[in-house]
Design a protein around this ligand. Structure first.
Ligand SMILES: CC(C)(COP(=O)(O)OP(=O)(O)OC[C@H]1O[C@@H](n2cnc3c(N)ncnc32)[C@H](O)[C@@H]1OP(=O)(O)O)[C@@H](O)C(=O)NCCC(=O)NCCS
Length: 274
């Protein structure tokens, strides 16, 4: 961050910028840093005292940077879910752990999603939801008994996945929709594949039989490739159903079965017909 352009040559000798300038530069670096530990610390600072208390931290722990990633809540709460994909390959990022999202994780989840809302076409939202709204959405997922997962890399949230009801009317109750988002700086390192594989496995343990991907933007090669890799088949494309960032945007629908799919009647039907 203090490259040659930051130095000043005076009288043939090299001088560092004034000390005040160094702190300004440092501040700018910290605010803009993609480094997961720094982003994680920033996210913790934004949490209210109640959420910090939930994970055994006080405000002063965070403000005085006594909190260490070695003891980060994400590490302590790890449930150590699967990491390899269906070919047995591990994520390119070492030490990726897929686990249930905690309330504390949601600040980083909100930050990841906000980037994609503002800069991408994968989601048709245009205004990033607040942290409170993201907490409310996670609660709704958990209340429905569905999984909300994060990829924990080096103690920080690198991406997340969750499932929601595909549509609210009751006959759709065995069909769910997936969502997967990876931090912009960590895309293409198999984190998305690891997250989606874990989401499918968790969903297959429940009563759901079909998973649908509603992919914003037919040019979203990453998401289409990811879903194809995870066994989704192309259903079709809805042309120009969105308008975002100055352009018409398609929606791509993909689908895969969960568990026995439609090869057997739903288990709740068997129970209620007894
Ligand atoms: C889509 C997204 C979740 C994929 O996660 P990722 O960690 O970047 O992807 P992975 O590294 O796990 O790659 C999974 C597969 O997709 C392929 N892939 C990833 N990005 C790709 C791209 N831009 N073009 C073509 N293929 C791509 C990979 O090669 C891999 O396939 P393989 O196993 O056959 O090699 C991530 O890029 C992202 O967050 N994108 C923006 C938001 C989004 O589109 N979310 C999906 C909403 S439905």
């Amino acid at each position: 961050m203090f490259g040659q352009q930051d130095s000043v040559v005076r009288n043939g000798s090299r001088h560092c910028p004034a000390i005040g300038g160094v702190f300004v530069e440092l501040g700018r670096y910290l605010v803009a840093s993609p480094h997961p530990r720094i982003r994680c610390w920033q996210a913790l600072r934004e949490l209210d005292d109640r959420l910090l208390a939930d994970v055994g931290l006080s405000r002063s722990d965070v403000e005085m940077s006594r909190w260490s990633l070695q003891y980060a809540p994400t590490r302590r709460r790890s449930t150590g879910m699967t990491a390899p994909d269906e070919r047995g390959r591990m994520s390119d990022v070492k030490d990726t752990v897929i686990r249930d999202a905690t309330e504390v994780d949601m600040a980083e989840v909100q930050r990841i999603y906000a980037h994609h809302v503002l800069n991408g076409l994968a989601t048709f939202e245009e205004v990033p939801p607040t942290l409170d709204e993201m907490l409310r959405r996670r609660d709704a997922v958990l209340t429905a008994g569905l999984p909300y997962l994060v990829a924990d890399v080096d103690g920080c949230v690198a991406g997340y996945s969750y499932a929601t009801a595909y549509r609210p009317r009751p006959a759709y109750r065995h069909t769910i929709e997936d969502s997967v988002y990876v931090s912009e700086t960590l895309r293409g390192r198999r984190i998305g594949a690891t997250l989606l594989k874990a989401l499918i496995e968790r969903s297959e343990a429940g009563p759901w039989r079909q998973m649908v991907a509603v992919i914003g933007n037919s040019g979203n090669a990453g998401s289409i490739a990811l879903h194809r890799r995870m066994g989704f088949e192309m259903v079709g494309t809805l042309r120009s159903v969105g308008f975002k960032l100055g352009q018409w945007v398609d929606t791509v629908l993909m689908q895969r079965s969960l568990g026995r799919g439609d090869g057997a009647l739903p288990s709740d039907l068997k129970e209620t017909s007894r």
